[in-house]
Design a protein around this ligand. Structure first.
Ligand SMILES: [Zn+2]
Length: 147
């Protein structure tokens, strides 16, 4: 089975990505790869829900967080088209089901109900060069050390 997170990079380089709203593209790669990090490679409904909530609490513009379910569904559509992830339509249905509740949980100030600590995205992306200077990608080198 292909890797859910590595497929994010392929998605960003794919034709499917061209159709994404330009406002969504700004944080798309970061958000999707962060979401994948919070789940397993074969997420169950509970994983999908808790990872979605975690994204909702990220220190990012409210609009980017609110449009995340739509972004995730666009990503699942892409996965469905490349094959190898048999459960994508179930994941997509789950997001559709969770979206209204997710959107309602934002307060006017942009925080989320039930939020404890505002999370920040890791400073180094998985596919960025490793800060140690090895020349390798971060994910193949000092993963975890610089986040
Ligand atoms: Zn390193």
């Amino acid at each position: 089975m292909p890797n859910l997170q590595d497929a994010v990079t392929d998605y960003i380089g794919s034709e499917h990505y061209l159709f994404l709203d330009s406002a969504q593209k700004e944080h798309a790669e970061q958000l999707l790869s962060y979401w994948c990090e919070q789940t397993t490679n074969t997420p169950e409904p509970d994983d999908i829900e808790s990872a979605l909530k975690t994204v909702g609490q990220l220190d990012l513009p409210l609009q980017a967080r609110k449009s995340f379910p739509a972004l995730l569904q666009a990503y699942f559509d892409y996965l469905e088209s490349i094959g190898g992830f048999p459960k994508t339509s179930a994941w997509s249905m789950q997001i559709e089901y969770l979206e209204p509740q997710y959107l309602e949980s934002f307060r006017d100030d942009g925080s989320m109900k039930g939020e404890t600590v505002r999370k920040t995205l890791p400073k180094v992306g998985r596919n960025d060069p490793c800060p140690c200077g090895s020349g390798k990608k971060y994910k193949h080198c000092c993963t975890g050390l610089f986040s």
